[in-house]
Design a protein around this ligand. Structure first.
Ligand code: PMP
Length: 462
C-alpha cells in the first residue's frame, strides 16, 4: 500500500513538472545500465553490420541545426510534407478521428480491414482501370513494408536485383536482404527514367526488376509507351525463361506518387497496358504521398494472389499492420470519390505551383549565364537540378571537389538545401552535378526567397 501512495504522488509531481523530495529519492535510486561492461556490438549479425543509416536523414539533422539558428533557408531535402504547408484532407482526418473516438483500436485482420480492401479495389478500378480480386490486395503500414516483403519473398540471398539509378532506397534493401544488385544508370535525356530497351541487356540472371514512377528522386514520369514496353519485356523474358525451366523475372512497380503527375504526363500500370504480364507484377502504393499522410503509416500492395498471400504471412510476423482507425478512416475517405478526385487535382496544382518557382528560378539563372540546368516538372514532389560546380572556388578560397562540397556550399552560402544524386545510388563520376529538390516541406515564400541568394552564391564562385 505505501508503495502505491508514493506512485500516486510521483505521477502528480510529474504532471505538474515539479520535483518533490519523494520524486528526487526515486530518481536517485534509478538503476543506470552499464553499457560499457562489455562490447554489445561484437555479436551483431552480418546483416546488421552491413546495414547503414539513411544519408538523407543525416543531411536533415544538419539542416535542423541551421534552422534553429534562424538562418533563412529553403529546405528541399526531405521527401516529406510539412503539415503546415500540406495538412491532411479534412475528410480523412475527421474519418480517422471518428474511428478513434469509437474505440476501434484493437488488431485489424492481418491483410487489412475488409471495408478498406474493398475501397482500395474500387480505387484501383477507378484510377487505373484494373480489376484486381480482393485476395490480390493487402494493407500494410506505409510503402516500405511492401517493398521489403517483395524483396524478401521473391529473391533469395545472393540472387540479383536490377534497377535503374538514380533510385530510392534499393541499396538499403540490398543490405538488409543480402541480395546482389545491378544498377543501370539513366540520364537526363529521359528525365532519369529507364527505357525497356536500355534495361533489356541487363536482365540476365536477375530475379527482380524494381521500377518507380513518378520517380523519387528525379520527378520523372515514365511514358506510356515505355511502361507498355516493360510489360511486353516481362512477358517475352518469362516465356523464354519458362522454356529453359529458369525462375521468372518479377517486377516491383512502386507507384506511391501515382496521383501526382503534371502537364500531360500520366501514370500507367504495365498490367493495364499488357494484361499478360500480371503473373509477375507487384504494385506498391499507399496514402503517404497522395494524401500528405507520411506519419499515418498506411500503404497497400496488389499483385498475384499467390504472392500477396505469402506477403500477408510474412508481414504478420513483422507486425506491419496499419493502425485500425487509420484503415477505417482511409476506407471512408476513399469511398468519397468526388472528394478524393478534388483533393488529387488540388494537391497536384499546389505541388506544380511550387515546382514552377524552381523551374522559373533555374531558367533565370541559366539565362544570366550560370552553368546550371534542370528538368521541367513531370510528377511527384521532386525536381532534378544541376549544379556542376566541381573545381570552382569559393570566396573563402576553398575549391569544391565533390558533390558533398557543392551541397554544403549551396546550403551555407545560399540557404538552399538539396540532396545530391549520390544518395540515390548514382556514382559521382556519372552524377554530373545533379541534385534532388523536394518541395513538400518548403513554403512558396521560402522557395521564392531562395533564388536571389542562389544567384549571389553562384556569382561569388570563381
Ligand atoms: N517509394 C518511394 C519511391 C518513396 O519515395 C517512398 C518514401 N520516400 C516510399 C516508397 C515509402 O513511403 P512510406 O513512407 O509510406 O514508407
Amino acid at each position: 500500500m505505501p508503495k502505491l501512495n508514493i506512485q500516486a504522488k510521483n505521477e502528480k509531481s510529474v504532471q505538474l513538472g515539479v520535483m518533490t523530495a519523494d520524486s528526487k529519492t526515486q530518481i536517485d535510486s534509478l538503476v543506470s545500465p552499464n553499457f560499457t561492461a562489455g562490447d554489445s556490438a561484437s555479436g551483431l549479425s552480418l546483416m546488421a553490420k552491413r546495414m547503414v543509416g539513411s544519408s538523407i536523414l543525416k543531411i536533415a539533422w544538419e539542416i535542423r541545426a541551421i534552422k534553429e539558428q534562424g538562418v533563412p533557408l529553403a529546405d528541399m531535402t526531405v521527401g516529406d510534407f510539412s503539415p503546415e504547408q500540406f495538412p491532411l484532407p479534412d475528410a480523412l482526418r475527421d474519418a480517422i478521428t471518428n474511428a478513434m473516438n469509437q474505440g476501434l483500436t484493437n488488431y485489424p485482420p492481418p491483410n487489412g480491414m475488409p471495408e478498406l480492401r474493398e475501397a482500395i479495389q474500387a480505387h484501383i478500378r477507378r484510377t487505373q482501370n484494373l480489376d484486381y480480386p480482393l485476395d490480390a490486395i493487402t494493407v500494410v503500414s506505409g510503402g516500405r513494408p511492401s517493398l521489403y516483403a517483395t524483396y524478401r519473398l521473391l529473391v533469395d540471398p545472393g540472387e540479383l536485383v536490377l534497377f535503374p539509378t538514380p533510385s530510392w532506397n534499393n541499396h538499403n534493401y540490398r543490405d538488409v536482404c543480402d541480395v546482389r544488385v545491378r544498377a543501370v544508370p539513366c540520364g537526363p535525356e529521359t528525365a532519369f527514367q529507364p527505357t525497356a530497351a536500355a534495361m533489356e541487356p541487363h536482365l540476365g540472371g536477375a530475379r527482380l526488376l524494381v521500377l518507380n514512377t513518378p520517380q523519387n528522386p528525379s520527378g520523372g514520369v515514365m511514358a506510356k509507351e515505355e511502361v507498355e514496353a516493360f510489360g511486353h519485356l516481362l512477358v517475352r523474358e518469362n516465356t523464354a525463361r519458362a522454356q529453359r525451366s529458369e525462375k521468372p523475372l518479377y517486377l516491383l512497380f512502386d507507384q506511391i506518387y501515382s496521383s501526382m503527375t503534371f502537364d500531360g504526363h500520366r501514370h500507367y500500370s504495365p498490367v493495364e497496358l499488357v494484361p499478360d504480364c500480371a503473373p509477375w507484377v507487384v504494385h506498391s502504393d499507399g496514402i503517404s504521398k497522395g494524401f500528405c499522410a507520411t506519419g499515418l503509416r498506411l500503404g497497400w500492395f496488389f499483385g498475384p494472389p499467390s504472392i500477396i498471400g505469402k506477403a500477408v504471412a510474412l508481414l504478420t510476423h513483422v507486425g506491419a499492420w496499419a493502425p485500425k482507425p487509420v484503415q477505417l478512416g482511409t476506407a471512408n475517405f476513399l469511398n468519397q470519390t468526388d472528394a478524393v478526385a478534388a483533393w488529387d487535382a488540388d494537391l497536384a496544382r499546389r505541388i506544380r505551383e511550387r515546382l514552377q518557382i524552381l523551374s522559373d528560378g533555374m531558367a533565370a539563372l541559366k539565362k544570366s549565364g550560370f552553368d546550371v540546368d534542370y528538368i521541367e516538372p513531370q510528377g511527384a514532389i521532386y525536381m532534378s537540378l544541376r549544379f556542376p560546380l566541381i573545381g570552382r572556388t569559393t570566396p573563402e578560397g576553398h575549391t569544391l571537389k565533390d558533390h558533398e562540397d557543392i551541397r554544403s556550399y549551396l546550403l551555407h552560402a545560399a540557404g538552399v538545401a538539396l540532396v545530391p544524386f549520390d544518395a540515390f545510388g548514382v556514382e559521382e563520376a556519372d552524377g554530373g552535378g545533379w541534385f534532388r529538390a523536394s518541395v513538400g516541406a518548403a513554403s512558396i515564400d521560402e522557395l521564392n526567397a531562395a533564388f536571389p541568394r542562389l544567384h549571389d552564391a553562384l556569382a561569388a564562385l570563381h
